[in-house]
Design a protein around this ligand. Sequence first.
Ligand SMILES: NC(=O)c1ccc[n+]([C@@H]2O[C@H](COP(=O)([O-])OP(=O)(O)OC[C@H]3O[C@@H](n4cnc5c(N)ncnc54)[C@H](O)[C@@H]3O)[C@@H](O)[C@H]2O)c1
Length: 258
Amino acid sequence: MLDLTGKNALVTGIANHRSIAWGIAQQLHNAGANIGITYLPDERGKMEKKVADLVEPLNPTLFVPCDVQNETQIQSTFEAVKSQWEKLDILIHCLAFANKDDLSGNFSNVSRQGFTQALEVSTYSFVQLAGAAKPLMTEGGSIVTLTYLGGVRVVPNYNVMGIAKAGLEMSVRYLAAELGTQNIRVNGISAGPIRTLASSAVGGILDMIHHVEEIAPLRRTVTQTEVGNAAAFLCSDLASGITGQVLYVDAGYAIMGM
Ligand SMILES: NC(=O)c1ccc[n+]([C@@H]2O[C@H](COP(=O)([O-])OP(=O)(O)OC[C@H]3O[C@@H](n4cnc5c(N)ncnc54)[C@H](O)[C@@H]3O)[C@@H](O)[C@H]2O)c1
């Protein structure tokens, strides 16, 4: 049985009820995990209030601001984990960012700033958070990140985010090789397209979803809950032999050639 009772799980990337991270946090909670949430702070504190209201039913025992471009906030996040929980068992990396202008049109137009920021927020943050989690995962652990098919094949408009996801998927493998000796497993979930705040920045996202609904073996795309269930599985003992992998939760779309 999928049981995460007694596990401390830190979930990043909840912005609203459509967030994939929200689907994951709920399924980890349903499996008995103790939930900690990080949110991206803004000057007016709007995000803090919004996320706090959303996650209240999960009774999070940790709720901290963490902008992954802010070294101090990353440090204080993991200090809070240490003082509140002593050990960490599960880390969910479920965040990404690229300028909207860089998510349509010609890839070769991407600016140095846009390229650097997309890879810093979407890829480097994973390596950094995993590195910070490592000393706290004293009884082993599971780290999961979210990726997309556009990191292994060309998807129109995905552009710089495809490069970020390619780096992310390779980071899964390098981190898995390094952290495996501490019984920390590192995996990715490649989700099919889902309407969220982040995906709405990708040019033609609705067309992408309709295309998947026509072509995927299951003739539909996936839900946040289905991604959440796969994440809960990867974080559980049922997946104790699985590390360094990218699991496709995409209604089968990626197997199709035509
Ligand atoms: N929606 C999809 O179709 C889809 C498909 C495959 C993979 N993914 C991936 O899933 C993950 C979650 O995205 P989502 O679709 O749920 O959208 P979302 O907008 O709900 O989540 C993106 C999150 O990234 C956070 N974020 C952005 N910049 C940040 C920063 N500097 N510091 C900390 N957090 C920051 C946002 O606050 C937000 O919570 C992303 O990695 C995305 O690429 C999404």
